[in-house]
Design a protein. Structure first.
Length: 104
């Protein structure tokens, strides 16, 4: 009697490639009331920028209407936005801070 071999399927190991988490830019928006010195304070205190880097971002906010403070994962970016807005409100400044998905 001839022997029959059953064809057993061979499972190939597939490696799942996890995408890195989306990154978000935290952006300060210009207004006509928040003092430049306060914006620099925010950048140093909440984004750990040195005076030179903070001044560059503040000038971008002032001249271009917006300045990127940093790029972070979603939860950290949202936390920074909330902390900046709360700090600005406590000091009676209308400074706006938003997060936008990083396109790169």
């Amino acid at each position: 009697m001839p022997s029959r071999q059953q064809a057993t399927p061979i499972l190939e190991k597939q490696r799942a490639k996890a995408k890195p988490p989306a990154l978000f830019n935290v952006v300060l928006l210009n207004d006509d009331y928040t003092p430049m010195e306060f914006v620099i304070l925010i950048l140093q205190q909440f984004f750990a920028l040195n005076l030179e880097a903070a001044t560059r971002v503040m000038l971008a906010v002032h001249t271009e209407g917006r300045g990127v403070c940093g790029t972070y994962p979603r939860d950290l970016a949202a936390s920074k936005v909330n902390r900046v807005k709360e700090f600005a409100r406590q000091h009676q400044h209308p400074l706006q801070c938003v997060m936008e998905e990083n396109g790169t």
